[in-house]
Design a protein around this ligand. Structure first.
Ligand code: NAD
Length: 355
């Protein structure tokens, strides 16, 4: 297993260090892992003047899988757009063809109280959001800010999806639904946006190859409402880049903390970039208080989706469940009666649980 490690910015290095300790434990137990650490985002800009430099590109292109912390920070917000950390993230996804973003939203029973929703609404929640990651309004051309014909400044972006882009993400989503409860909800805004009317038409066509999966459709505004009203109605959700960005963050809060949620971004051959759903959390960076569990759970997803090692994925997930049951909590999920631990303290607990 050749794994590229990209700590990134902010809390990235702290949380990735805990996941690397998990990898080291697995290695000590006999797993053949080789890791190379390279910068991305602000850290790469500081070192090379680019958020996605050649040195990083060379390593990630030849790796089997990539583990990323997070990128970004206020000190980079005034850089020219193409030098900003977030551009590094968009560039790596595009460069590696990582079009399928898998974001599970699962509620660990021990954390039911950490959700802002009533426990009965979220208890037992297990949703998978499949978000298209390399198309849509985030990449569509033309884009920019210009002076229009009336002489007024205006900003504009283009929502765009090709048929092949929709087909390949729909296929990923149907196949995941087949392995779960066989229910897929495609989210669009087909009543207003032609681009997503087309999305819906193609998803319906792809569905013919998956007669065992029950397909439904929902407008994005309704989906945003249903996710907080009755989230357990969903099994797998498939949607475009911008809707998926927003809905997956919303779904993350159902589970109590964004610090608990892993994600995978896959190419057509299951090579993947694995990262927590959250950002670089500059407000708590360097304080050793961040929750490393989303990053550790991202490693579990890597074992499952890129390396097809369900056994190791389960071993990591069981260790996480064990530490939660033992009562260990980082500040973001802390409740009275539990034991507050630091970021590295949570890493200690997970490594101990693995043993
Ligand atoms: P964020 O996810 O970094 O933080 C939102 C809130 O959640 C903050 O209060 C933060 O302290 C908390 N939080 C996040 N992760 C946590 C963790 N593991 N443990 C405990 N608390 C945690 O989002 P933001 O504040 O909107 O963005 C901060 C920076 O991150 C920006 O520069 C943004 O561009 C970047 N960002 C990067 C990614 C990525 O790398 N994939 C994703 C989103 C945002």
């Amino acid at each position: 297993m050749k794994i590229a490690i990209l700590p990134g910015d902010g809390i990235g290095p702290e949380i990735v260090a805990q996941a690397v300790r998990v990898l080291e434990k697995l290695k000590a137990d006999g797993l053949a892992v080789e890791t190379v650490t390279v910068p991305l985002g602000g850290a790469a800009y500081d070192q090379y003047g680019e958020p996605y430099p050649e040195a990083t590109r060379d390593v990630v292109r030849t790796a089997d899988a990539i583990l990323l912390g997070a990128v970004g920070g206020p000190q980079y917000d005034t850089l020219p757009r193409d030098k900003r950390p977030e551009r590094g993230l968009l560039a790596i996804r595009k460069d590696l063809g990582l079009f399928g973003n898998l974001r599970p939203a699962m509620l660990y029973p021990e954390l039911a109280g950490a959700s802002t929703l009533k426990p009965e609404v979220v208890a037992g929640l297990d949703i998978m959001i499949v978000r298209e990651l390399t198309g849509d309004i985030y990449f569509g051309q033309p884009r920019g800010i210009h002076v229009n014909d009336a002489g007024e400044r205006e900003g504009f972006n283009t929502m765009r999806y090709s048929e092949s882009e929709i087909r390949r993400i729909a296929k990923v989503a149907f196949e995941i639904a087949q392995k779960r409860n066989k229910k897929l909800c495609s989210v669009d805004k087909a009543n207003v946006l032609e681009c997503t009317e087309f999305w819906k038409e193609i998803v319906i066509d792809v569905a013919k190859q998956y007669p065992d999966v029950e397909l439904s459709h929902m407008y994005v505004d309704n989906a945003a409402m249903q996710l907080v009203r009755n989230p357990k109605q969903f099994d797998v959700i498939v949607t475009g880049n911008i809707f998926g960005d927003i809905l997956s963050d919303e779904a993350s809060m159902l589970t109590g903390s964004i610090g608990m949620l892993p994600s995978a971004s896959l190419d057509a051959n299951n090579k993947g970039l694995y990262e927590p759903c959250h950002g670089s959390a500059p407000d708590i960076a360097g304080k050793n208080v961040a929750n490393p569990l989303a990053t550790i759970l991202s490693l579990a997803m890597m074992m499952r989706y890129t390396f097809a090692r369900e056994d190791i994925a389960k071993r990591i997930e069981t260790a996480v469940q064990t530490v939660l049951r033992q009562g260990y909590r980082t500040a973001d999920i802390y409740e009275a009666g539990t034991q507050k631990v630091s970021c590295s303290g949570m890493g200690d607990a997970v490594v101990a649980a693995l043993a």
